[in-house]
Each structure stands twice: as C-alpha cells, then as structure tokens.
Design a protein around this ligand. Structure first.
Ligand code: SF4
Length: 194
C-alpha cells in the first residue's frame, strides 16, 4: 500500500514526532528501564505491529533492550513466544489488532508500577502535565488546556488537542477526534511526511 517500511532504528524518531502520549510513555520506559511488563508489552507491541514493524524487527527491538538486563536465552524463553503470538505465529495463529483508546481506557487499568494505559485517564494531573511538558514543545497554556480536558474525563478531546498543538494546528484543525493510537500515528505521518 505504499507505506514505508518501519525498522526498529526509526522508532526513537517516530516516537518523538508521531506517537500518542500512551505510546511515548511506554517507549521511553523501555529505553530507560530496558523492560516492559505484560500490559505494556501487549499494548505497545500491538501498536508497533500496526504501524508496520515486522515480527523480526519487533523481536530484535525488544531483545536489544531486555538483554541489557537479562540473557538472550531468558529473553527468548520468556518473551519471544508472546511477541510471536501477537503476530499470529503461535497458539491460535490469529494476528491480533492494536487496541483502541476505548479499550485502553476501559480495560486492564495500570497499577502504580505499570506504564501502559492512557495518561489522560490514568495519570494524576501533575504527572500528566510533566509528561506533556517532557518534549519541551508545548507551551504552558497548551498543557493547562489539555490537562483541564483530561480532568473533565474528555480524553479524546485532550488527545486531539495534544495532537493539534504538537503539529502546529489550531484547535479543531485536525477535523476529527482521536479514538485510536494508530489513527494518531497515521494522521501525524501524513503531516510530518508532507
Ligand atoms: Fe493513547 Fe488514546 Fe489515550 Fe491518546 S486518548 S493517549 S491515543 S489511549
């Protein structure tokens, strides 16, 4: 379909430009802690698959990080299966699709030690503001505006404003609401690739 091939070496840059906050926080966690717990491996793994990261690249990317703390052997034994499963190469052999915002927000809420979920729904206001400010792109009043919407439980609007501010659009400039992290990515790539 003419879409570009995504390799693991492109993910840092793609993350900065085109990932929704939920995916950004898991990616950053992976880079810093060289590990992801089950909930994040699933939410992030299915997203990465959705943007076109191949099975081999997905395994290599996780192995590169995880083996900073554990052996390659242990990685293959404990984590390889689940990644192949998501790609439909194990078990029922049904490739799974990426989770929508509704699924992420309503199911399997993260505990304090988890990094999956939706920051607009699952992060305390101060923590959320810190996360939104970590790219040093958004202005203070834009962060306030987004945090207010999150506080009103309007997560889709909060994420849409985040998208618009990150891409220098005015409010409503995207012309649709964000309801899926892969939609966020695809819409961003349309703008970034122009
Ligand atoms: Fe991710 Fe959806 Fe939350 Fe945005 S609203 S951060 S895309 S789960």
């Amino acid at each position: 379909d003419g879409s570009i091939i995504v390799t693991r070496h492109m993910i840092d840059k793609l993350s900065r430009r085109s990932f929704a906050p939920c995916m950004k926080q898991m990616h950053n966690h992976l880079r810093v802690n060289h590990h992801l717990k089950y909930g994040a491996r699933r939410q992030y793994g299915l997203f990465l698959k959705g943007i076109g990261l191949s099975l081999d690249e997905a395994i290599a990317m996780m192995r590169d990080e995880f083996t900073k703390k554990i052996t390659s052997d242990k990685f293959d034994k404990e984590y390889g299966y689940n990644i192949r499963y998501m790609y439909g190469k194990e078990g029922r052999r049904v490739a799974q699709t990426a989770m929508s915002c509704a699924t992420i927000i309503l199911r399997n809420p993260p505990s304090a030690v988890d990094c999956h979920g939706c920051p607009f729904r699952h992060s305390e206001k101060q923590v959320l503001k810190q996360k939104l400010g970590s790219d040093a792109i958004l202005k203070k009043e834009q962060i306030e505006r987004i945090a207010e919407l999150a506080e009103l439980n309007q997560y889709d609007k909060a994420c849409t404003r985040y998208f618009e501010f990150m891409h220098n659009l005015e409010e409503g400039g995207l012309g649709q609401l964000i309801t899926h992290p892969n939609q966020f990515y695809e819409e961003s790539q349309k703008i970034v690739a122009e």
